[in-house]
Design a binder for this molecule. Structure first.
Ligand code: ADP
Ligand code: MG
Ligand code: MG
Length: 252
């Protein structure tokens, strides 16, 4: 798997600093969770790592396997095996789900090594079955008219199809009922392994009942303020964030 190393990251949006010196290291094959109250910069972190143009990185570094991610174009980041499932996936009219996924897979492959149509269809069929997604989804326009839960399932379908080395999943659990949550978790667990590293961003602990993280980080006010094992998420579920604020003398 790939190692992601973030050091002293500072990110601004429209001149105001949102990420304020964040450090995080994910070793190959590990699953990490970032938890934290709303508005602490979790989604900003995800977008900044993936190279969203609105986010200005003013200081710090992001390395993937020793390569400078911040020097890469957005498509080079995907090519390097990075994947982002966004909190609010966008709709793309006129592009079917199936076309989108096939292009995305081929964009990460060398010319002449494109996935064959037969292989692609077989793989997509299998993965859709696994995620209990109706076959009709393949021919629908990307995310158009999808419910919140369907968008999230579709993000996991992309994950299973693209097989990234490092995935960032931003609130992949939000808006899911318990059955969808189980299916989404099963999908993530099925790609778990030494070649797959994952950063799960979540506001709630419940997803972590199904996916056991190797490490849990708490983000507040633009920084990782506490890290621990899976038990940290349980404590947050029971006690909220106040004890951490008290421990660190953070006011809000
Ligand atoms: P979280 O994901 O932890 O809830 P966000 O990263 O979405 O937090 O937001 C962190 C802060 O940055 C918030 O104060 C939010 O209002 C601000 N912010 C996020 N995105 C934008 C944007 N595109 N333009 C202006 N402010 C933004
Ligand atoms: Mg939020
Ligand atoms: Mg967010």
């Amino acid at each position: 798997g790939s190692t992601l190393k973030i050091e002293n990251l500072h990110v601004e949006i429209d001149g105001s600093e949102i990420i304020k010196g964040l450090d995080l290291e994910i070793n190959g094959g590990e699953i990490h969770a970032i938890m934290g109250p709303n508005g602490t910069g979790k989604s900003t972190l995800a977008s900044a790592i993936m190279g969203h143009p609105r986010y200005d990185i003013t200081k710090g570094s992001v390395y993937l396997d020793g390569k400078d991610v911040l020097e890469m174009e957005v498509d080079e980041r995907a090519h390097a095996g990075m994947f982002l499932a966004m909190q609010y996936p966008s709709e793309i009219s006129g592009v079917t789900n199936s076309d989108f996924m096939r292009s995305a897979i081929n964009a990460n492959r060398e010319e002449g090594d494109e996935i064959s149509l037969m292989k692609f269809i077989r793989k997509m069929d299998n993965k859709m079955d696994e995620l209990e997604i109706d076959q009709s989804f393949a021919q629908r326009y990307l995310n158009e008219g999808f419910s919140g839960g369907e968008k999230k399932r579709n993000e996991i379908l992309q994950l299973l199809m693209l097989e990234p080395r490092l995935a960032i999943l931003d609130e992949i659990d939000s808006g899911l009922d318990i059955d969808a949550l189980k299916v989404v978790s099963k999908g993530i667990n099925s790609v778990k392994g030494p070649e797959f590293g994952c950063l799960i961003i979540t506001h709630y602990q419940r997803l972590l009942n199904y996916i056991t993280p190797d490490k849990v980080h708490v983000m507040m006010q633009g920084r990782v303020v506490k890290s621990g094992g899976a038990e940290l998420a349980e404590r947050l579920e029971n006690e909220g964030y106040d004890w951490i604020k008290a421990e660190l003398g953070i006011e809000d």
